[in-house]
Design a protein around this ligand. Structure first.
Ligand SMILES: C[S@@+](CC[C@H](N)C(=O)[O-])C[C@H]1O[C@@H](n2cnc3c(N)ncnc32)[C@H](O)[C@@H]1O
Length: 242
C-alpha cells in the first residue's frame, strides 16, 4: 500500500471514530461512518496480510468460514481465524486449476451483487481443476418468501425466533414483511452482524453457477462433517462441477 494511502486512511478512520463518538453525528452520518470504519478495517486486513499461500496448491478450500474453521482445508477469510486473510471481492489468490473442492457457506449474501458475487463465482471456476466441485450454501430466501406469500404466521414466527431470537431485536418484527426484509437486507445498526446484500434461492444459485460454466448442478446433501451444523435449518446448498 502506498504510504500516503495508508496515512490518509489512518486519518480518515481516526476522524470517523471521533465524529462517531461526538454528539455532532446525525443518525444517517453515523450509519455511513460505521460502514466506512468497517470497510477500512477490512481493507487493512486485506492489504496487511502476507499471501505466502498463493502459489501453492490446496485440494480443499473454504471461503468465508469465519469461526467455522475447517481442518484439512485452506481457509480464506477477510477476518481471523483464517489461513489466508484476503478480501475475496478482489479475487481468489490461487493459481488456475489448483483446487479440487471449494466450500463456501453463508458468505455470498455478505458481498455485493452483481459485481462481487459474479466475480467470486468466476474466480471459483478459474481455480478449480477440471471435474473439481464447488458447494455454495446460503440462507434460503424461498422459505421466508414462501411463508410470507402463504401468510403462514407459524412458519414466519419460527424463522424469526430461530434466526433472530438471540439478538434482542424481536421488538422490530411487527409485521410479516419484517422477517422478509431482515432476511434479505439485515442492515440495522448492529456492529456485530454484517449486512446482507441479496437473497438467494435454488434457481438463482443454479443460474449463477451455470452462467459461470459449471455443470452437474444439483442440491448438496447437508454434511455436518463439513458444514456448520447451526446452518442446517433454513439454508440451501448447491453443488456443481467444473
Ligand atoms: C456469516 S459469516 C459465515 C461463517 C461460516 N461460513 C458459517 O456459516 O458459520 C460470513 C463470513 O464471511 C467473511 N467475509 C465477509 N466478506 C468477506 C470478503 N469480502 N472476503 C472474505 N471473507 C469475507 C466474514 O469475515 C465471515 O467470516
Amino acid at each position: 500500500m502506498q504510504m500516503n494511502t495508508k496515512n490518509n486512511l489512518a486519518g480518515l478512520e481516526k476522524y470517523s471514530r471521533q465524529l462517531l463518538s461526538s454528539k455532532d453525528a446525525t443518525h444517517g452520518l453515523g450509519r455511513a461512518l460505521r460502514n466506512l470504519v468497517r470497510e477500512i478495517a477490512l481493507f487493512k486486513n486485506h492489504t496487511g496480510a502476507k499471501h505466502s499461500h498463493t502459489q501453492r496448491r490446496f485440494p480443499r478450500v473454504q471461503i468465508g468460514g469465519g469461526t467455522h474453521y475447517l481442518r484439512g482445508f485452506l481457509n480464506i477469510d477477510i477476518n481471523n481465524p483464517a489461513d489466508l486473510i484476503y478480501d475475496v471481492r478482489e479475487g481468489i489468490p490461487l493459481p488456475n486449476s489448483s483446487v479440487q473442492f471449494l466450500f463456501c457457506e453463508h458468505f455470498l449474501e455478505h458481498i455485493d451483487y452483481p459485481a462481487s458475487v459474479k466475480k467470486m463465482i468466476k474466480e471459483a471456476h478459474r481455480i478449480l481443476i477440471h471435474g473439481g466441485k464447488i458447494v455454495i450454501g446460503v440462507p434460503d430466501t424461498a422459505l421466508v418468501i414462501g411463508a410470507y406469500a402463504k401468510k403462514d404466521d407459524k412458519k414466519l414466527k419460527e424463522y424469526t425466533k430461530k434466526w433472530y431470537g438471540k439478538r434482542g431485536i424481536l421488538k422490530h418484527f411487527n409485521t410479516a414483511i419484517d422477517v422478509v426484509n431482515y432476511h434479505m437486507r439485515d442492515m440495522d445498526d448492529s456492529e456485530k452482524y454484517a449486512h446482507h446484500f441479496w437473497g438467494y434461492d435454488q434457481e438463482k444459485l443454479e443460474s449463477l453457477l451455470k452462467r459461470a460454466g459449471f455443470h452437474h448442478i444439483q442440491i448438496w446433501k447437508f454434511n455436518s462433517a463439513i458444514a456448520n451444523p447451526k446452518r442446517k435449518f433454513g439454508s440451501i446448498y448447491i453443488e456443481a462441477k467444473k
